[in-house]
Structure formats: structure tokens, C-alpha cells
Design a protein around this ligand. Structure first.
Ligand SMILES: NC(=O)c1ccc[n+]([C@@H]2O[C@H](COP(=O)([O-])OP(=O)(O)OC[C@H]3O[C@@H](n4cnc5c(N)ncnc54)[C@H](OP(=O)(O)O)[C@@H]3O)[C@@H](O)[C@H]2O)c1
Length: 250
């Protein structure tokens, strides 16, 4: 169903990792703005189905697709399924990500590859799959991390490196997609209260002391920036990395 008179009415969005936490807040927010939203998940099937129901009950359209971002064919398949069920994609949000804090000398090559596959390669794969069919006004929004440039926690180097790679990819792809009128931007959240990084978790007191606003962010505060970048209001922003971090002291 198309919701009329909303900023994203008639738009089709594809969000990776939308079943929980920041991704679910993004899915909710884009749907509330009128977009039809497909999102991927890997394990939280119940939460994914609940979210679809919630959006449908509010009069919107949502589609949950099980697709492991570590698997290239699964990511391509999720993009293809979105296009075949909902139509051409206008908005891509690369949100799925994992963290694995561990001493650098204990990280296995399998863990290295898995982190790179999910946090970096899948971002490129989704854009490569969706980009060619995107039209003027299209929006690609990557969820990087402030850890690309701020690292108070030991054992986080691979995560930081992959998020820095996402920032570089964003700048490069902004050039590649500009001729089509499609923007590509990167949001770098600071610490946000989620399953990945709970506001009462092991890193919280260290992190809070370095956040100017003195608290963790909420998933909805990242979704607000996604909604802005997805909107027509953000038409002259591309290749940008925008920190949404409560004023982390770097
Ligand atoms: N929380 C923070 O402090 C923070 C700060 C900066 C950046 N970020 C970034 O923000 C994004 C979301 O983080 P979050 O805190 O919301 O994480 P989270 O609480 O762990 O939620 C992760 C979401 O991504 C999905 N996901 C995980 N691995 C996946 C895979 N292999 N394939 C497909 N989906 C997968 C999960 O699906 P299932 O439910 O099916 O497992 C879930 O929906 C990540 O890119 C993260 O790096 C987070």
C-alpha cells in the first residue's frame, strides 16, 4: 500500500540488518515517512516478522528477507527479491554489522574474513546490486562508525578498519553514482544503546566519559539522520561522512 502525502511516499527502501536495534529504528522511521521497506536479517526471525506486522498494522508496507550479509549471493538475492516484490529501489541503507572485540593477536583469519565480509564487502555488494537500477534522486546511506576515527577500546582494530573502509568507499562511490543523480553518504554513530553496545555494558563508563553529551545515543537518533539524508532536503549532500555521536571527544 502506498501512503500518500508523506516525504517518502511511493519510495522503495532496502535496509540490511533491520530486525533489531538501529536497523529496526531505521525501518520504522522510513516506513513512517511513507516508504515501502524491505529489510534483511540473519537470525532474529521472530523480531523481523513482528516488525513487518507492526508496520502493516500502521498501514505501511514491509518485507523481511533472510539474507546473511557474509554471503555475496544472499545479499544479491535480497536486492533482487526486493525489486521483484516491491519495485525499483530508491533508498539503500547498509546497516548490518558485527563487532568482535578481541586482542589483535588472538583474532583468527576466519574472524578477520567474516568481519570484512559483513562490515565492508556486503556494503559494496548491495550497492553494486542495487545501484544500476536506481534513478535520479536515489539515496545510498551507509552506517559506518565513529570508531573509524576514535578508538578508546583495545581489541577493536578490525572493526575500526572496516568502518574506515566504508568511509572511503562512500567517497569513491559518491563520484561513481553522481552522474545518475544518486547520492552516497556515510553516517558514523557514536555509542548507541543496542544489543551490540548496551548503555550498561562493559565499555559504557569509559565511553560515556568521552561523549560531550554524557550519554549513549538512541537508535531513533540515528534513524533521524537516515530519514534526513533519504529526503529531498538532502539533495546537495554526497560523499559525506556525518558523525552522530553526542560530541565524542576525539
Ligand atoms: N551500537 C553502537 O554503538 C554502534 C555505533 C556505531 C556504529 N554502529 C553500527 O550500526 C550498525 C547497527 O548496529 P547495532 O548496534 O544496531 O547492532 P545489533 O544490535 O547487533 O543489531 C545488528 C542487526 O544487524 C543484523 N545482522 C547482523 N549480522 C548480520 C548478517 N551477517 N547479515 C544480515 N544481518 C545481520 C542483525 O540481524 P539478526 O537480528 O537477524 O541477528 C540485527 O538486525 C552496525 O553496522 C554497527 O557497526 C553501532
Amino acid at each position: 500500500m502506498t501512503v500518500l502525502n508523506k516525504p517518502l511516499s511511493g519510495k522503495i527502501a532496502f535496509v540490511t540488518g533491520g530486525s533489531r536495534s538501529i536497523g529496526a529504528a531505521i525501518v520504522r522511521r522510513l516506513a513512517s515517512e511513507g516508504a515501502s521497506v524491505a529489510f534483511t536479517y540473519v537470525s532474529a526471525q521472530n523480531k523481523a516478522e513482528e516488525l513487518v506486522r507492526e508496520i502493516q498494522e500502521a498501514g505501511g508496507t514491509a518485507l523481511a528477507v533472510r539474507a546473511d550479509s557474509a554471503n555475496v549471493d544472499a545479499v544479491k538475492g535480497a536486492v533482487a527479491e526486493t525489486i521483484s516484490v516491491l519495485g525499483a529501489i530508491d533508498i539503500v541503507v547498509n546497516n548490518a554489522g558485527i563487532a568482535n572485540v578481541k586482542p589483535y593477536d588472538e583474532v583468527t583469519i576466519e574472524e578477520f574474513d567474516q568481519m570484512a565480509a559483513i562490515n565492508f564487502r556486503a556494503v559494496f555488494v548491495a550497492i553494486q546490486a542495487a545501484g544500476p537500477q536506481m534513478k535520479e534522486g536515489g539515496r545510498i546511506i551507509n552506517i559506518g562508525s565513529i570508531n573509524a576515527s576514535w578508538n578508546p577500546i583495545p581489541g577493536n582494530s578490525l572493526y575500526a578498519a572496516n568502518k574506515a573502509a566504508v568511509a572511503g568507499l562512500t567517497r569513491g562511490l559518491a563520484r561513481d553514482l553522481a552522474p545518475k543523480g544518486v547520492t552516497v553518504n556515510n553516517i558514523q554513530p557514536g555509542p548507541v544503546d543496542t544489543d551490540m553496545n548496551p548503555a550498561d555494558g562493559p565499555y559504557a563508563s569509559l565511553a560515556k566519559g568521552m561523549i560531550s553529551l554524557g550519554r549513549y545515543g538512541k537508535a531513533s537518533e540515528i534513524a533521524s539522520m537516515v530519514a534526513y539524508l533519504a529526503s529531498p532536503e538532502a539533495s546537495f549532500i554526497t560523499g559525506a561522512t556525518i558523525n552522530v555521536d553526542g560530541g565524542v571527544v576525539i
